[in-house]
Ligand binder design. Structure first.
Ligand SMILES: [Fe+2]
Ligand SMILES: [Fe+2]
Length: 366
C-alpha cells in the first residue's frame, strides 16, 4: 500500500470534505451555462471590508455564522456574510424578520440584497432580501479569499527540495510532494480557518514563508538545513485532513478530535510504512516524526512533545514567525479593526494574544 492507501484512509475522515469543483487558486473560467443565472462575475463581487454606509449590496454571499442573541423581546439573529474579499455582519434580524433567517445554516450560499448601515461605529448589512442558492451555483473562488497564484510558491519549494543532498530524505518527501493528488490539495488548503493565512492556498504560502525563515535561521545556527526544510514541508500536512474548504473554512471531525499535529504524524506514518521498501531508516523516520509532533513548541499550544533537536527548535520558531507576522500584517491592514481616522485598533486581536495593534505610519522624511 502506498500513497493511494493514504487517501483512501483519509477520505473516511473527510466525509463531506470541501473539494472545490475546480482548482480554486487558478484564474476564473468563463461562466458555466448550467448555472448562468446565478454565477456572478468576480469583478462585480463587492469588497465587503471596503463598503461604506449607504452602499447597496446585491451579490451571492456565503453564510459564515448564524448567531442567536438575546431573549424574549430582544431575541434577534445576526448573520455573518463572507466572500473572497472578507466578511461583514448583518444588522439584527428582530422577531418580525425571523422568516428571513428561519432554517439558515452556516456554509449556505445566498443571494443577498441589502444596504450598509453604521451602528455604534460598526458597519452592518441591513438585509432586505435573502434567497438560498444551490450549493454549486457560485464558484468557490468568489466566496473564499485565495492567494493569487500558487506557481511561484511551488517553484521555490520544489527547487529547494531538489537541492536536498540526502537521497533518503528526498525520497521520503517525494512520497507526498511528487503525488499529483497531494499537491492539488496542499495547494488549496488554508493554513487556518480564521487565523493566519486563512486563504485558499494559504498553507502553500505559509509553508514557503516558514521555509524562507528557517533556511536563514539554519545557516545562522548551524542546524542541518536539509532536515529543517523537510520538517517545514511536513509540519502542517495534517491540515489537509483537519480542514474543509468548499464554501467556507471549517474544521473536520478528525481535525477537532485529533488536531493537525497528530494527523500529520499519522499521515507520514502511513505513507512511509506502507511503501514496499521504506525509504529511510527507523531512526531517520523518528527524527521526521519529531519535527511534526514538536513544531508547536509548547504543550499548551498543542505539541505532544517539546522540541528536542536543533532542527525542531528552528522549525518551531520559523513557524511561529510566519504565523504571527502574517496575523499582525492582516490585523493592521483590516479596516474592520479601526474606526475611521484612528491608528489604534478598536478591538483586541485574538490571534495576537488579544493585543491591540497600531497602524500609524511615517515616511521618515524619505
Ligand atoms: Fe501547525
Ligand atoms: Fe505552520
Amino acid at each position: 500500500m502506498g500513497i493511494k492507501h493514504l487517501f483512501k484512509l483519509s477520505s473516511r475522515h473527510r466525509r463531506g470534505y470541501g473539494w472545490p469543483p475546480v482548482t480554486p487558486v487558478q484564474p476564473a473560467p468563463g461562466p458555466d451555462p448550467s448555472v448562468g443565472r446565478y454565477l456572478c462575475d468576480m469583478a462585480a463581487a463587492p469588497s465587503l471590508p471596503e463598503l461604506a454606509p449607504g452602499d447597496r449590496v446585491q451579490s451571492p454571499l456565503v453564510i459564515l455564522e448564524v448567531a442567536s442573541r438575546g431573549s424574549g423581546e430582544t431575541a434577534h439573529t445576526i448573520l455573518s456574510f463572507g466572500n473572497a474579499s472578507g466578511r461583514l455582519d448583518s444588522a439584527p434580524f428582530w422577531p418580525g424578520d425571523q422568516h428571513l433567517v428561519a432554517g439558515l445554516r452556516k456554509g449556505q450560499v445566498a443571494q443577498v440584497i441589502g444596504e450598509v448601515q453604521l451602528y455604534r461605529d460598526r458597519r452592518q448589512l441591513k438585509v432586505t432580501s435573502l434567497r438560498i442558492l444551490p450549493r454549486n451555483a457560485v464558484d468557490s473562488r468568489q466566496l473564499l479569499p485565495a492567494i493569487h497564484d500558487p506557481a511561484p510558491f511551488w517553484e521555490v519549494l520544489d527547487r529547494w527540495r531538489g537541492e536536498i543532498r540526502g537521497p533518503r530524505l528526498r525520497a521520503v518527501l517525494a512520497l507526498l510532494f511528487d503525488d499529483p493528488e497531494f499537491r492539488e490539495r496542499f495547494g488549496q488548503c488554508p493554513a487556518s480557518i480564521s487565523g493566519h493565512h486563512a486563504l485558499l492556498g494559504g498553507l502553500l504560502k505559509h509553508t514557503t514563508e516558514v521555509a524562507t525563515i528557517a533556511r536563514a535561521v539554519s545557516r545562522a545556527s548551524g542546524a542541518d538545513g536539509d532536515l529543517v526544510l523537510a520538517g517545514v514541508l511536513l509540519h502542517d500536512i495534517g491540515k489537509l485532513e483537519s480542514y474543509r474548504w468548499d464554501t467556507h473554512f471549517e474544521m473536520t471531525d478528525a481535525g477537532a478530535l485529533l488536531g493537525h499535529v497528530v494527523l500529520g504524524a499519522q499521515m507520514l506514518d502511513r505513507v512511509v510504512q506502507d511503501t514496499a521498501s521504506p525509504p529511510c531508516s527507523d531512526e531517520e523516520f523518528l527524527l521526521l516524526q519529531h519535527l511534526i509532533l514538536s513544531h508547536h513548541g509548547r504543550h499548551e499550544y498543542g505539541a505532544p512533545v517539546l522540541p528536542m533537536t536543533l532542527e525542531a527548535e528552528v522549525l518551531h520558531f520559523a513557524d511561529n514567525a510566519s504565523a504571527k507576522s502574517a496575523a499582525m500584517a492582516d490585523a493592521v491592514a483590516s479596516p474592520e479593526n479601526f474606526n475611521d481616522g484612528e491608528s489604534i485598533s478598536t478591538r483586541r486581536i485574538w490571534s495576537l494574544e488579544n493585543r491591540k495593534v497600531y497602524r500609524g505610519r511615517s515616511d521618515w522624511g524619505g
